[in-house]
Design a protein around this ligand. Structure first.
Ligand code: ADP
Ligand code: ZN
Length: 511
């Protein structure tokens, strides 16, 4: 049998393994089941494709999407690997089954729902299976962000072939999801292999969104290379693309609502360009290979830390310095928490943890990279020297007392007024609405002095991010989460103050 390195040169034409590929391949070749957690672009496919060409029999690859399978099939076939897909979209299923039975396939891609079918199990019994590769393995866990019940059918199928090793692959698993994947797929705890997630050339910066277009413009002015701005909705994509003043630089939109020809043209233009900015929904960038993206900006909150990591990871693949800027607003968190009411009960803790993790990342005064990498189970140094908090340490204050005042004003005014009204009550502004409602005679009227007043807005934002304040259907503020503990003095509220530079800029804008 050729060595793994020989196969790496011969089949793939690569000069060496990357990152954790080699230990994963070595485990697979010695028949050990493994969960490999590797970031996107780390080269996960190779860790099963390479053994598949070396081992006797066929590697069964479970993949959640037909489009993904066909991409993989094209790439594998281009390397001369004998591969096929077995899906409802394939007309050549009979031929594929024949090839599989004849031992004429290295890789057979199937969707998880096929795994539950008796005739598929019988088909596997009639041939020789070398390996089960489970792509996007986080789909097996309710803790993951993309649970697919059909993945639960894989374990019974694989258990029927106890001598066939399993290789589960994912880019996106926090510690909780990881442990769950091991259990759900029957892989021993010591089978976990985690690759380094750090992208040292990416400078992370996360700020409250006080003036979106101005903040994005400042980034564009600073970074002349190609960049991606992610916006949460099609309408926002259109608006931002239109409003950004690009100078001589092309700025184009990309979203699913565009005419397919326009969309393809915009994507192609971006890939070819050296200075273009593309404003897009998150679907953009999945299949593209552009190593010189100099910045990725988020105009709103990503879905999860995993999504944030993946999306920002599209910057600086060439290893040169790149920037990841996220601009978040309290309303992003309010909406995310509102959506929790539609979530199935079993998934609620996972979804809530996802928002809390994002809030912690947005609100931290510590090194962003450390928070990010700790989320992925690593133990990075205290400071990275290449994120906003390391480069320009923010001031932080103990805002527990101010938080108690803010929360009790929300409570005493009946949990239905917006921030503006609460702010007036607290700072003692007796306008018509305040006096009409009798809020000028509440004990909280005017209890916030000038010094504290400046804290109120960032504080309201922070309290919303952590869920202690929630938005009602009518846009008013109400108590939620740990509000009661804060009021009782049982929880503290640290507050990161906005950087001085920005405050100055905001002031001169107003002038
Ligand atoms: P993932 O699935 O982890 O996101 P892929 O398997 O799609 O990553 O691989 C990402 C890219 O890296 C592909 O273009 C692949 O050909 C390339 N690649 C993988 N392994 C190596 C290697 N050892 N040397 C050079 N390029 C590699
Ligand atoms: Zn840092």
């Amino acid at each position: 049998m050729a060595s793994a390195r020989e196969a790496l040169h011969g089949v793939f034409g690569f000069s060496g393994f990357r990152g954790m590929q080699e230990p994963v391949v070595a485990r697979v070749l010695s028949g050990l089941s493994t969960l490999a957690v590797m970031p996107t672009g780390a080269g996960k496919s190779l860790t099963y494709q390479l053994p598949a060409t070396m081992l006797d029999g066929t590697c069964i690859v479970i993949s959640p999407l037909i489009a993904l399978m066909h991409d993989q099939l094209r790439a594998a076939t281009a390397n001369g690997i004998r591969a096929a897909t077995l899906t409802s979209a394939d007309a050549d299923r009979e031929e594929t089954i024949e090839r599989f039975r004849a031992g004429d396939l290295d890789l057979l891609y199937v969707a998880p729902e096929r795994a539950s079918q008796d005739h598929f199990r019988r088909l596997l019994e009639s041939a020789r299976v070398s390996l089960f590769a489970i792509d996007e393995a986080h789909c097996v866990s309710e803790w993951g962000h993309d649970f697919r019940p059909d993945y639960r059918l894989l374990r019974p199928l694989m258990d029927a072939f106890p001598h066939v090793p399993r290789l589960a692959l994912t880019a996106t698993a926090d510690a909780h999801t990881r442990a769950d994947i091991l259990v759900q797929l029957g892989i021993a705890e010591d089978g976990l292999v985690v690759a380094g997630f750090d992208r040292p050339n990416i400078r992370y910066a996360i700020r409250p969104r006080d003036s979106l277009l101005r903040q994005l413009q400042a980034l564009l002015d600073e970074e002349p290379g190609p960049g991606i701005v992610y916006a949460p909705t099609r309408a926002q994509v259109e608006r931002i693309a239109e409003k950004l003043d690009s100078g001589s630089r092309p700025v184009l939109p990309y979203h699913a609502g565009l005419d397919p020809a326009v969309r393809a043209a915009n994507q192609a233009a971006f890939v070819a360009s050296e200075n273009m900015v593309i404003v897009a929904t998150v679907a953009f960038g999945m299949g593209i290979d552009k190593p010189d993206v100099r910045f990725v900006a988020h105009a709103g909150l990503p879905k999860s830390i995993e999504a944030y990591y993946q999306e920002t990871g599209r910057a600086g693949r060439d290893g040169d310095p790149a920037v990841a800027l996220m601009l978040w607003g309290a309303d992003d968190f309010a909406r995310a928490r509102q959506r929790l009411s539609e979530v199935e009960r079993a998934r609620l803790p996972g979804e809530r943890a996802r928002i809390d993790a994002l809030a912690a990342l947005a609100e931290t005064a510590q090194c962003r990279r450390r928070v990010l990498l700790k989320h992925f189970g690593e133990d990075p140094p205290q400071a990275c020297g290449n994120c906003d908090n390391c480069l320009d340490p923010p001031e932080s204050a103990d805002a527990t007392e101010a938080a108690r005042k803010l929360l009790s004003a929300v409570y005493r005014t009946g949990q239905s007024y917006g921030f503006g009204h609460i702010q007036k009550v607290l700072t003692g502004v007796a306008d018509e609405r305040v006096t009409q409602r009798g809020h000028d005679s509440l004990s909280v009227f005017g209890i916030v002095g000038e010094g504290e007043a400046a804290l109120l807005r960032p504080l309201a934002r922070a309290l919303q991010a952590r869920g202690a304040l929630v938005q009602t259907e009518h846009g008013g503020l109400a108590l939620g989460g740990d509000a009661r503990e804060i009021l009782r003095g049982e929880a503290i509220v640290p507050l990161v103050l906005p950087p001085k530079r920005e405050k100055r800029r905001a002031r001169s804008d107003a002038a």
